[in-house]
Design a protein around this ligand. Sequence first.
Ligand code: HAM
Length: 438
Amino acid sequence: MSPKIKKQKILLQTPKGMRDIMPGVYPFYKSIYEKAEEIAEYYGFFPIQTPTLERIGLFTASLGETSDIIEKEMYTLKTKSEDRLALRPEGTVGIMRAYLEHGMHTLPQPVMLWYKGSFFRHENPQKGRFREFQQFGLEIINDEKAIIDATIIKILVLILEETGIGPVIVRINSIGDKECKNIYRKELLAYYRKNFEDLCKDCKRRYKTNPYRLLDCKEEKCADIKKGAPQILNYLCSSCKQHFKEVLEFLDSSKIPYFLDVYLVRGLDYYSRTVFEIFEDTNKDNGDLTSKSLPVALAGGGRYDSLAKTLSNKDFPAVGGGIGIDRVVQLMIEKKITIKRSKTPKIFFIQIGKAAKYKCLEIIEIFRKAHLPLIQSIGKDSLKGQLKIAAKLNIPYALILGQKETLEDSIIIRDMNSRAQETVPTEKVVEIIKKKIK
Ligand code: HAM
Protein backbone atom coordinates (compact mmCIF):
# COMPACT_ATOMS: atom_id res chain seq x y z
CA MET A 1 0.00 0.00 0.00
CA SER A 2 1.41 3.39 -0.96
CA PRO A 3 2.14 5.79 1.94
CA LYS A 4 -0.46 8.19 0.48
CA ILE A 5 -3.24 5.57 0.50
CA LYS A 6 -2.16 4.38 3.93
CA LYS A 7 -2.40 7.95 5.26
CA GLN A 8 -5.80 8.39 3.61
CA LYS A 9 -7.04 5.14 5.16
CA ILE A 10 -6.00 6.25 8.63
CA LEU A 11 -7.65 9.65 8.15
CA LEU A 12 -10.92 7.92 7.37
CA GLN A 13 -10.96 5.99 10.63
CA THR A 14 -12.27 7.30 13.95
CA PRO A 15 -9.52 7.57 16.58
CA LYS A 16 -8.91 4.36 18.55
CA GLY A 17 -11.64 3.69 21.11
CA MET A 18 -14.02 6.26 19.60
CA ARG A 19 -17.01 5.44 17.44
CA ASP A 20 -19.67 6.90 15.24
CA ILE A 21 -23.13 6.29 16.62
CA MET A 22 -24.92 5.43 13.42
CA PRO A 23 -28.57 6.20 12.60
CA GLY A 24 -29.58 2.58 13.27
CA VAL A 25 -28.16 2.67 16.82
CA TYR A 26 -28.85 6.29 17.74
CA PRO A 27 -32.52 5.62 18.64
CA PHE A 28 -31.35 3.31 21.46
CA TYR A 29 -29.36 6.15 23.01
CA LYS A 30 -32.28 8.50 22.54
CA SER A 31 -34.75 6.13 24.17
CA ILE A 32 -32.53 5.53 27.23
CA TYR A 33 -31.90 9.24 27.68
CA GLU A 34 -35.60 10.04 27.35
CA LYS A 35 -36.49 7.43 29.95
CA ALA A 36 -33.68 8.51 32.30
CA GLU A 37 -34.55 12.22 32.05
CA GLU A 38 -38.22 11.51 32.63
CA ILE A 39 -37.57 9.39 35.73
CA ALA A 40 -35.01 11.89 37.10
CA GLU A 41 -37.42 14.78 36.69
CA TYR A 42 -40.27 12.87 38.38
CA TYR A 43 -37.94 12.41 41.35
CA GLY A 44 -37.17 16.13 41.49
CA PHE A 45 -33.82 16.40 39.70
CA PHE A 46 -32.93 19.41 37.55
CA PRO A 47 -30.74 19.29 34.44
CA ILE A 48 -27.25 20.73 34.27
CA GLN A 49 -24.62 20.76 31.54
CA THR A 50 -21.00 21.44 32.38
CA PRO A 51 -18.15 21.95 29.87
CA THR A 52 -16.41 19.05 28.18
CA LEU A 53 -13.07 20.63 29.06
CA GLU A 54 -12.12 21.54 32.63
CA ARG A 55 -8.84 22.57 34.23
CA ILE A 56 -6.52 19.59 34.78
CA GLY A 57 -5.96 20.65 38.39
CA LEU A 58 -9.63 20.14 39.18
CA PHE A 59 -9.30 16.42 38.46
CA THR A 60 -5.84 15.88 39.92
CA ALA A 61 -6.95 17.50 43.17
CA SER A 62 -9.97 15.28 43.57
CA LEU A 63 -9.60 11.93 41.80
CA GLY A 64 -6.25 11.05 43.38
CA GLU A 65 -2.75 11.46 41.89
CA THR A 66 -2.32 7.69 41.82
CA SER A 67 -5.74 6.76 40.45
CA ASP A 68 -5.73 5.06 37.02
CA ILE A 69 -7.56 8.05 35.54
CA ILE A 70 -4.95 10.59 36.60
CA GLU A 71 -1.94 8.33 36.08
CA LYS A 72 -2.71 7.20 32.56
CA GLU A 73 -6.19 7.88 31.24
CA MET A 74 -6.67 11.62 30.97
CA TYR A 75 -6.66 13.43 27.63
CA THR A 76 -4.89 16.69 28.35
CA LEU A 77 -3.99 19.74 26.29
CA LYS A 78 -2.42 23.14 26.59
CA THR A 79 -4.27 26.03 24.97
CA LYS A 80 -2.60 28.88 23.09
CA SER A 81 -2.93 30.96 26.23
CA GLU A 82 -1.15 28.25 28.25
CA ASP A 83 -4.24 27.00 30.10
CA ARG A 84 -3.83 23.32 30.95
CA LEU A 85 -7.14 21.57 30.32
CA ALA A 86 -8.44 18.01 30.30
CA LEU A 87 -11.30 16.33 28.48
CA ARG A 88 -13.52 15.39 31.39
CA PRO A 89 -12.91 11.76 32.41
CA GLU A 90 -16.04 11.79 34.57
CA GLY A 91 -18.84 14.14 35.58
CA THR A 92 -19.04 14.43 39.37
CA VAL A 93 -16.08 16.74 39.83
CA GLY A 94 -17.38 19.22 37.22
CA ILE A 95 -20.80 19.21 38.87
CA MET A 96 -19.28 19.94 42.28
CA ARG A 97 -17.20 22.73 40.71
CA ALA A 98 -20.40 24.21 39.27
CA TYR A 99 -22.17 23.90 42.64
CA LEU A 100 -19.35 25.81 44.33
CA GLU A 101 -18.77 28.32 41.53
CA HIS A 102 -22.45 29.33 41.34
CA GLY A 103 -23.01 29.33 45.10
CA MET A 104 -25.75 26.75 44.74
CA HIS A 105 -25.69 26.24 48.53
CA THR A 106 -27.97 29.30 48.68
CA LEU A 107 -30.69 27.37 46.81
CA PRO A 108 -33.09 25.07 48.67
CA GLN A 109 -31.01 22.06 49.75
CA PRO A 110 -30.16 19.43 48.77
CA VAL A 111 -29.48 20.33 45.16
CA MET A 112 -30.47 17.46 42.88
CA LEU A 113 -28.98 17.44 39.39
CA TRP A 114 -28.96 15.17 36.37
CA TYR A 115 -26.58 15.38 33.43
CA LYS A 116 -25.58 13.48 30.34
CA GLY A 117 -22.83 13.57 27.77
CA SER A 118 -19.51 12.23 26.55
CA PHE A 119 -16.62 11.44 28.84
CA PHE A 120 -13.08 10.52 27.84
CA ARG A 121 -10.60 8.02 29.23
CA HIS A 122 -7.49 6.81 27.44
CA GLU A 123 -8.12 3.17 28.32
CA ASN A 124 -7.42 0.00 26.37
CA PRO A 125 -10.53 -0.44 24.23
CA GLN A 126 -12.35 -3.75 24.71
CA LYS A 127 -15.95 -4.90 24.88
CA GLY A 128 -17.90 -2.21 26.72
CA ARG A 129 -14.82 -0.05 27.22
CA PHE A 130 -14.33 2.94 24.98
CA ARG A 131 -12.17 6.04 25.03
CA GLU A 132 -15.18 8.24 24.42
CA PHE A 133 -18.26 6.97 26.21
CA GLN A 134 -21.56 8.38 27.37
CA GLN A 135 -22.98 8.61 30.84
CA PHE A 136 -26.24 9.67 32.38
CA GLY A 137 -25.54 10.84 35.91
CA LEU A 138 -27.38 11.92 39.04
CA GLU A 139 -25.93 13.90 41.94
CA ILE A 140 -27.56 14.97 45.22
CA ILE A 141 -25.45 17.62 46.94
CA ASN A 142 -25.61 18.73 50.57
CA ASP A 143 -27.40 15.89 52.28
CA GLU A 144 -25.71 13.15 54.24
CA LYS A 145 -28.73 11.00 55.11
CA ALA A 146 -28.60 7.32 54.23
CA ILE A 147 -31.96 7.53 52.48
CA ILE A 148 -30.32 9.79 49.88
CA ASP A 149 -27.79 7.08 48.99
CA ALA A 150 -30.62 4.57 48.65
CA THR A 151 -32.63 6.99 46.50
CA ILE A 152 -29.78 7.39 44.03
CA ILE A 153 -29.38 3.62 43.80
CA LYS A 154 -33.14 3.11 43.45
CA ILE A 155 -33.40 5.58 40.55
CA LEU A 156 -30.41 4.13 38.71
CA VAL A 157 -31.89 0.63 39.08
CA LEU A 158 -35.27 1.91 37.86
CA ILE A 159 -33.76 3.52 34.77
CA LEU A 160 -31.77 0.41 33.93
CA GLU A 161 -34.73 -1.93 34.38
CA GLU A 162 -37.09 0.27 32.39
CA THR A 163 -34.82 -0.07 29.34
CA GLY A 164 -36.03 -3.67 29.24
CA ILE A 165 -32.63 -5.31 29.83
CA GLY A 166 -34.08 -7.37 32.68
CA PRO A 167 -33.16 -7.54 36.36
CA VAL A 168 -30.03 -5.88 37.68
CA ILE A 169 -28.17 -6.28 40.93
CA VAL A 170 -26.27 -3.82 43.09
CA ARG A 171 -22.81 -4.60 44.43
CA ILE A 172 -22.33 -2.46 47.48
CA ASN A 173 -19.88 -1.66 50.27
CA SER A 174 -18.96 1.14 52.64
CA ILE A 175 -15.39 2.43 52.72
CA GLY A 176 -15.98 4.73 55.70
CA ASP A 177 -14.87 8.31 56.15
CA LYS A 178 -11.35 9.73 56.05
CA GLU A 179 -10.43 8.41 59.51
CA CYS A 180 -11.78 4.90 58.89
CA LYS A 181 -9.99 4.84 55.53
CA ASN A 182 -6.67 5.82 57.11
CA ILE A 183 -6.86 3.08 59.74
CA TYR A 184 -7.86 0.51 57.11
CA ARG A 185 -5.07 1.59 54.76
CA LYS A 186 -2.48 0.80 57.44
CA GLU A 187 -4.02 -2.63 58.08
CA LEU A 188 -4.15 -3.36 54.37
CA LEU A 189 -0.52 -2.40 53.88
CA ALA A 190 0.53 -4.52 56.87
CA TYR A 191 -1.31 -7.54 55.42
CA TYR A 192 0.10 -7.11 51.91
CA ARG A 193 3.60 -6.47 53.24
CA LYS A 194 3.58 -10.06 54.49
CA ASN A 195 2.52 -11.29 51.04
CA PHE A 196 4.53 -8.81 48.98
CA GLU A 197 6.82 -11.32 47.24
CA ASP A 198 3.83 -13.31 45.92
CA LEU A 199 2.11 -10.32 44.30
CA CYS A 200 2.05 -9.71 40.54
CA LYS A 201 4.21 -6.94 39.08
CA ASP A 202 1.31 -4.48 38.91
CA CYS A 203 0.29 -5.12 42.48
CA LYS A 204 3.83 -4.56 43.71
CA ARG A 205 3.52 -1.11 42.16
CA ARG A 206 -0.02 -0.63 43.52
CA TYR A 207 1.24 -1.49 47.00
CA LYS A 208 3.40 1.62 46.87
CA THR A 209 1.11 3.97 44.96
CA ASN A 210 -2.51 3.04 45.65
CA PRO A 211 -3.00 0.06 48.00
CA TYR A 212 -6.82 -0.01 47.58
CA ARG A 213 -6.28 -1.05 43.95
CA LEU A 214 -4.69 -4.28 45.26
CA LEU A 215 -8.25 -5.41 45.90
CA ASP A 216 -9.18 -5.03 42.20
CA CYS A 217 -6.48 -7.28 40.75
CA LYS A 218 -7.86 -10.05 38.53
CA GLU A 219 -4.63 -12.14 38.58
CA GLU A 220 -5.32 -15.53 40.14
CA LYS A 221 -2.47 -15.42 42.67
CA CYS A 222 -3.47 -11.92 43.81
CA ALA A 223 -7.15 -12.93 44.01
CA ASP A 224 -6.10 -15.76 46.35
CA ILE A 225 -4.14 -13.38 48.55
CA LYS A 226 -7.11 -11.00 48.62
CA LYS A 227 -9.27 -13.70 50.23
CA GLY A 228 -7.40 -13.22 53.51
CA ALA A 229 -7.14 -9.41 53.34
CA PRO A 230 -8.69 -7.31 56.10
CA GLN A 231 -12.22 -6.13 55.37
CA ILE A 232 -12.93 -2.43 55.63
CA LEU A 233 -16.30 -2.98 57.29
CA ASN A 234 -14.41 -4.12 60.39
CA TYR A 235 -12.68 -0.76 60.60
CA LEU A 236 -15.68 1.54 60.26
CA CYS A 237 -16.37 3.98 63.08
CA SER A 238 -19.79 3.71 64.71
CA SER A 239 -21.38 6.54 62.72
CA CYS A 240 -20.17 5.14 59.36
CA LYS A 241 -21.39 1.70 60.42
CA GLN A 242 -24.79 3.12 61.36
CA HIS A 243 -25.01 5.06 58.09
CA PHE A 244 -24.28 1.95 56.04
CA LYS A 245 -26.74 -0.13 58.05
CA GLU A 246 -29.44 2.41 57.24
CA VAL A 247 -28.56 2.43 53.52
CA LEU A 248 -28.98 -1.36 53.45
CA GLU A 249 -32.26 -1.13 55.37
CA PHE A 250 -33.63 1.32 52.81
CA LEU A 251 -32.54 -0.98 49.98
CA ASP A 252 -34.26 -3.88 51.74
CA SER A 253 -37.46 -1.94 52.23
CA SER A 254 -37.46 -0.89 48.54
CA LYS A 255 -36.77 -4.51 47.54
CA ILE A 256 -33.66 -3.56 45.59
CA PRO A 257 -31.53 -6.67 45.01
CA TYR A 258 -27.96 -6.23 46.23
CA PHE A 259 -25.01 -8.17 47.51
CA LEU A 260 -22.36 -6.99 49.88
CA ASP A 261 -18.85 -7.03 48.44
CA VAL A 262 -16.52 -6.27 51.31
CA TYR A 263 -13.66 -5.65 48.90
CA LEU A 264 -15.38 -3.13 46.65
CA VAL A 265 -13.45 0.15 47.03
CA ARG A 266 -13.72 1.87 43.60
CA GLY A 267 -10.84 3.71 42.09
CA LEU A 268 -11.49 7.37 42.80
CA ASP A 269 -10.13 9.24 45.82
CA TYR A 270 -13.22 11.33 46.37
CA TYR A 271 -15.39 8.46 47.58
CA SER A 272 -16.27 7.91 51.23
CA ARG A 273 -18.86 5.72 52.95
CA THR A 274 -21.25 4.08 50.44
CA VAL A 275 -19.78 2.80 47.15
CA PHE A 276 -21.69 0.72 44.64
CA GLU A 277 -21.81 -0.68 41.13
CA ILE A 278 -24.78 -2.10 39.25
CA PHE A 279 -24.68 -5.14 37.00
CA GLU A 280 -27.01 -7.17 34.87
CA ASP A 281 -28.31 -9.93 37.14
CA THR A 282 -27.33 -13.01 35.22
CA ASN A 283 -28.99 -15.22 37.84
CA LYS A 284 -25.74 -16.54 39.22
CA ASP A 285 -25.70 -17.56 42.83
CA ASN A 286 -25.08 -14.19 44.45
CA GLY A 287 -22.85 -15.73 47.06
CA ASP A 288 -20.46 -16.74 44.31
CA LEU A 289 -20.25 -13.40 42.63
CA THR A 290 -16.67 -12.25 42.65
CA SER A 291 -15.11 -9.38 40.82
CA LYS A 292 -13.70 -12.02 38.46
CA SER A 293 -17.04 -13.49 37.47
CA LEU A 294 -18.84 -10.17 37.12
CA PRO A 295 -19.71 -8.74 33.74
CA VAL A 296 -18.87 -5.08 33.09
CA ALA A 297 -20.63 -2.61 35.38
CA LEU A 298 -23.62 -0.82 33.89
CA ALA A 299 -23.46 1.92 36.49
CA GLY A 300 -21.35 3.02 39.41
CA GLY A 301 -21.29 5.62 42.08
CA GLY A 302 -21.09 6.44 45.73
CA ARG A 303 -20.89 9.08 48.40
CA TYR A 304 -18.28 11.83 48.17
CA ASP A 305 -18.65 13.78 51.40
CA SER A 306 -15.20 15.38 51.32
CA LEU A 307 -15.00 16.41 47.66
CA ALA A 308 -16.33 19.92 48.33
CA LYS A 309 -13.76 20.37 51.09
CA THR A 310 -10.97 19.26 48.75
CA LEU A 311 -11.97 21.90 46.20
CA SER A 312 -12.97 24.69 48.60
CA ASN A 313 -13.01 25.17 52.34
CA LYS A 314 -16.64 24.18 52.63
CA ASP A 315 -18.31 20.93 53.56
CA PHE A 316 -21.14 19.69 51.35
CA PRO A 317 -21.78 15.96 51.73
CA ALA A 318 -23.01 14.44 48.50
CA VAL A 319 -23.83 11.21 46.71
CA GLY A 320 -24.38 10.24 43.10
CA GLY A 321 -23.98 7.71 40.36
CA GLY A 322 -23.55 7.38 36.61
CA ILE A 323 -24.92 4.92 34.06
CA GLY A 324 -22.65 3.81 31.19
CA ILE A 325 -25.09 4.35 28.34
CA ASP A 326 -22.95 2.59 25.69
CA ARG A 327 -22.95 -0.58 27.78
CA VAL A 328 -26.70 -0.48 28.21
CA VAL A 329 -27.18 0.04 24.47
CA GLN A 330 -24.92 -2.94 23.73
CA LEU A 331 -26.95 -5.09 26.09
CA MET A 332 -30.23 -3.94 24.57
CA ILE A 333 -28.99 -4.83 21.10
CA GLU A 334 -27.64 -8.21 22.26
CA LYS A 335 -30.97 -8.96 23.90
CA LYS A 336 -32.83 -7.90 20.75
CA ILE A 337 -34.86 -5.35 22.66
CA THR A 338 -37.05 -3.34 20.34
CA ILE A 339 -37.66 0.28 21.08
CA LYS A 340 -40.40 2.62 20.09
CA ARG A 341 -38.70 4.51 17.31
CA SER A 342 -39.54 8.07 16.53
CA LYS A 343 -42.03 8.29 13.69
CA THR A 344 -40.74 6.38 10.67
CA PRO A 345 -41.65 8.46 7.64
CA LYS A 346 -44.35 6.97 5.45
CA ILE A 347 -44.28 9.67 2.79
CA PHE A 348 -41.66 10.45 0.17
CA PHE A 349 -41.81 13.89 -1.39
CA ILE A 350 -40.87 14.18 -5.06
CA GLN A 351 -40.51 17.40 -7.02
CA ILE A 352 -39.89 17.85 -10.72
CA GLY A 353 -38.93 21.11 -12.41
CA LYS A 354 -37.74 24.50 -11.23
CA ALA A 355 -41.15 25.89 -10.14
CA ALA A 356 -41.73 22.81 -7.94
CA LYS A 357 -38.27 23.14 -6.43
CA TYR A 358 -39.10 26.70 -5.37
CA LYS A 359 -42.27 25.47 -3.69
CA CYS A 360 -40.94 22.34 -2.06
CA LEU A 361 -39.73 23.84 1.24
CA GLU A 362 -43.19 25.34 1.66
CA ILE A 363 -44.77 21.88 1.23
CA ILE A 364 -42.33 20.25 3.68
CA GLU A 365 -43.23 22.98 6.20
CA ILE A 366 -46.98 22.26 5.82
CA PHE A 367 -46.26 18.61 6.66
CA ARG A 368 -43.96 19.47 9.59
CA LYS A 369 -46.70 21.61 11.12
CA ALA A 370 -49.06 18.62 10.75
CA HIS A 371 -46.43 16.40 12.50
CA LEU A 372 -45.93 14.27 9.41
CA PRO A 373 -42.24 13.69 8.66
CA LEU A 374 -41.30 13.50 4.98
CA ILE A 375 -38.34 11.86 3.34
CA GLN A 376 -37.15 13.74 0.31
CA SER A 377 -34.29 14.12 -2.06
CA ILE A 378 -34.74 17.71 -3.16
CA GLY A 379 -31.34 17.90 -4.82
CA LYS A 380 -32.50 15.34 -7.39
CA ASP A 381 -34.33 16.26 -10.61
CA SER A 382 -35.67 13.15 -12.33
CA LEU A 383 -38.96 11.47 -11.39
CA LYS A 384 -37.51 8.02 -12.04
CA GLY A 385 -34.53 8.61 -9.76
CA GLN A 386 -36.69 9.85 -6.93
CA LEU A 387 -39.24 7.03 -7.26
CA LYS A 388 -36.36 4.56 -7.14
CA ILE A 389 -35.20 5.94 -3.78
CA ALA A 390 -38.76 5.86 -2.38
CA ALA A 391 -39.09 2.21 -3.45
CA LYS A 392 -35.69 1.32 -1.99
CA LEU A 393 -36.69 2.85 1.36
CA ASN A 394 -39.99 0.94 1.27
CA ILE A 395 -42.04 4.08 1.73
CA PRO A 396 -45.74 3.44 1.03
CA TYR A 397 -46.78 6.85 -0.36
CA ALA A 398 -45.11 9.41 -2.61
CA LEU A 399 -46.19 12.99 -3.10
CA ILE A 400 -45.35 14.28 -6.56
CA LEU A 401 -45.15 17.99 -7.30
CA GLY A 402 -44.54 18.84 -10.96
CA GLN A 403 -44.83 21.98 -13.08
CA LYS A 404 -48.57 21.50 -13.67
CA GLU A 405 -49.39 20.81 -10.00
CA THR A 406 -47.35 23.80 -8.87
CA LEU A 407 -49.38 26.09 -11.16
CA GLU A 408 -52.69 24.51 -10.14
CA ASP A 409 -51.83 24.44 -6.43
CA SER A 410 -52.34 20.68 -6.28
CA ILE A 411 -50.20 17.61 -5.63
CA ILE A 412 -50.23 13.96 -6.71
CA ILE A 413 -50.50 11.20 -4.13
CA ARG A 414 -49.04 7.94 -5.40
CA ASP A 415 -49.59 4.58 -3.72
CA MET A 416 -46.16 3.03 -4.11
CA ASN A 417 -47.48 -0.53 -3.99
CA SER A 418 -50.47 -0.34 -6.36
CA ARG A 419 -48.96 2.59 -8.32
CA ALA A 420 -52.42 4.22 -8.28
CA GLN A 421 -52.25 8.01 -8.35
CA GLU A 422 -54.71 10.80 -7.53
CA THR A 423 -54.35 14.55 -7.76
CA VAL A 424 -55.59 16.51 -4.74
CA PRO A 425 -55.62 20.25 -3.85
CA THR A 426 -52.63 21.26 -1.72
CA GLU A 427 -54.90 22.48 1.08
CA LYS A 428 -56.50 19.00 1.36
CA VAL A 429 -53.36 16.88 1.00
CA VAL A 430 -52.57 16.61 4.73
CA GLU A 431 -56.10 15.54 5.63
CA ILE A 432 -56.24 12.95 2.81
CA ILE A 433 -52.84 11.45 3.44
CA LYS A 434 -53.46 11.26 7.20
CA LYS A 435 -56.46 9.00 6.50
CA LYS A 436 -54.38 6.80 4.19
CA ILE A 437 -51.47 6.20 6.55
CA LYS A 438 -53.56 5.78 9.68
P1 HAM B 1 -17.50 5.16 36.94
O1 HAM B 1 -17.78 3.88 37.66
O2 HAM B 1 -16.10 5.43 36.57
O3 HAM B 1 -18.06 6.32 37.87
O4 HAM B 1 -18.39 5.24 35.64
C1 HAM B 1 -19.77 5.01 35.70
C2 HAM B 1 -20.17 4.06 34.58
O5 HAM B 1 -19.72 4.57 33.33
C3 HAM B 1 -19.50 2.69 34.67
O6 HAM B 1 -20.23 1.83 35.54
C4 HAM B 1 -19.59 2.21 33.23
O7 HAM B 1 -20.88 1.69 32.95
C5 HAM B 1 -19.40 3.51 32.45
N1 HAM B 1 -18.01 3.60 31.98
C6 HAM B 1 -16.92 3.97 32.68
N2 HAM B 1 -15.83 3.93 31.90
C7 HAM B 1 -16.22 3.52 30.69
C8 HAM B 1 -15.56 3.27 29.44
N3 HAM B 1 -14.27 3.47 29.30
N4 HAM B 1 -16.32 2.84 28.39
C9 HAM B 1 -17.65 2.66 28.52
N5 HAM B 1 -18.32 2.88 29.66
C10 HAM B 1 -17.62 3.30 30.73
C11 HAM B 1 -18.02 7.64 37.55
O8 HAM B 1 -17.67 8.08 36.48
C12 HAM B 1 -18.55 8.50 38.66
N6 HAM B 1 -18.48 9.91 38.25
C13 HAM B 1 -19.97 8.12 39.00
C14 HAM B 1 -20.48 8.93 40.15
C15 HAM B 1 -21.41 9.91 40.08
N7 HAM B 1 -20.08 8.83 41.40
C16 HAM B 1 -20.72 9.72 42.13
N8 HAM B 1 -21.52 10.40 41.34
